[in-house]
Design a protein around this ligand. Structure first.
Ligand code: IPM
Ligand code: MG
Length: 378
């Protein structure tokens, strides 16, 4: 769509965030030229950096910048410096949870893909990955036990015998509409993939999860071409390491999705490779790497920028409809891996022809491949 003009908020954050963001911008600059679009880039503080400069992890001006934009490209937040703050003020919770809520980012897509070039990086036995791994976790992100009320603590509580016995509680609650809309996202995604959805619940114990199963089943009836199975979360945790290839799309509520998406991502062995998207109704979304801020390697120029670059690719596809740019970036990444270039985290030290390179060189090589244009044009 040449001539397209979009505003993007850049929230680089802490740790390796700023350095990997720089490489994503390098790639986006090529996308602008090659696909004839204009991206207005607006940087704003977030996370620990924002606590230091503005006294809070998500300053109002940052929210405003996001509001004025068509999408948010997020880096990563957090680090040892802010770990002693109360949990709700810490960079991760203080920035991510309110961003999700304010912008209604209810659908979290977390692909766990093993690039064939990197099968060795997985901690699983290679025979379990023979068919590769391409699982998409669709996680509900603005409801469930994360946000349900009442939530809190009661320090004056008494036990049955009338003795002081403080307690704390959260509420796991889902409305039908919340389950329906996330289920639709999962079924629609499955239609474009291998047409299988595994819905995760704990219907053997939790009333909210009996309801979850019932609502997902009724949405599933609208998608006769997609095979729906239900799985208890404990079994799913086990099946993911026993036989991950059985999964196509995993649909889960907020907390189960949080846990299973970390497990699925680790199966790939290369957290530095995995992007994610958090989508609102319509085209607005927030895109961020699945890995964290990696404070231990920040500033050394060794971080893997690929997750951030692929997050930018997801933004182009899901918020701007630029599927060809998305595919172009993916194949540029694949081409650079084919040439043997690896950042430290994905190098195995055994493969012949492997060359270990830094953050900037990885970004530059991917950008160059994209610019050279052996990829689909628009
Ligand atoms: C994630 C993180 C967050 C979550 C934390 C940092 C609040 O674990 O994005 O998965 O639990 O959602
Ligand atoms: Mg998590």
């Amino acid at each position: 769509m040449p001539g397209m003009n979009k505003g993007i908020a850049l929230l680089a954050g802490d740790g390796i965030g700023p350095e990997v963001m720089e490489q994503a911008l390098r790639v986006l600059a090529v996308v602008e030229k090659r696909y004839g679009i204009t991206l207005e880039k607006r940087s704003a503080p977030v996370g620990g950096a924002a606590i230091d400069s503005h006294g809070r992890a998500l300053p109002e001006e940052t929210v405003e910048t996001c509001r004025r934009s068509d999408a948010v490209l997020f880096g990563s937040v957090g680090g040892p410096k802010w770990e002693s703050l109360p949990p709700e003020e810490q960079p991760e919770r203080g920035a991510l949870l309110p961003l999700r809520k304010i912008f209604g980012l209810f659908a979290n897509l977390r692909p766990a893909i093993v690039f064939p070039q990197l099968v060795h990086a997985s901690p699983l036995r290679p025979d379990l990955l023979e068919q590769g791994l391409d699982v998409l976790v669709v996680r509900e992100l603005t409801g469930g036990i994360y946000f349900g009320t009442p939530k809190g603590r009661d320090d004056a509580a008494l036990n049955a015998a009338g003795e002081p016995d403080p307690r704390a509680y959260d509420t796991l609650v889902y409305h039908r509409s919340e389950i329906e809309r996330i289920a639709r996202v999962a079924f629609e995604a499955a239609l474009l993939r291998n047409r299988r959805v595994t819905s995760i619940d704990k219907a053997n114990v939790l009333a909210s999860m009996v309801f979850w199963r019932q609502v997902v089943t009724s949405v599933g009836a609208e998608y006769p071409g997609v095979e729906l199975t239900h799985m208890y979360v404990d079994n799913a945790a086990m099946q993911l390491v026993r036989n991950p290839a059985q999964f196509d799309v995993i649909l889960a509520g907020n907390m189960f999705g949080d846990i299973l998406s970390d497990e699925a991502s680790m199966l790939t062995g290369s957290l530095g490779m995995l992007p994610s998207a958090s989508l609102a109704e319509g085209s607005f979304g927030l895109y961020e790497p699945s890995g964290g801020s990696a404070p231990d390697i920040a500033g050394q120029g060794v971080a893997n920028p690929i997750a951030q670059i692929l997050s930018a690719a997801m933004m182009l596809k899901y918020s701007f409809g630029l599927t060809q740019a998305y595919e172009g970036i993916f194949s540029a990444v694949g081409a650079v891996l084919d040439e043997g270039y690896r950042t430290r985290d994905i190098a195995d030290g055994v493969t012949a022809g492997e060359a270990v390179i830094g953050t900037e060189e990885m970004g530059r090589r991917i950008a160059e491949h994209l610019a050279r244009g052996e990829h689909p044009g628009n």
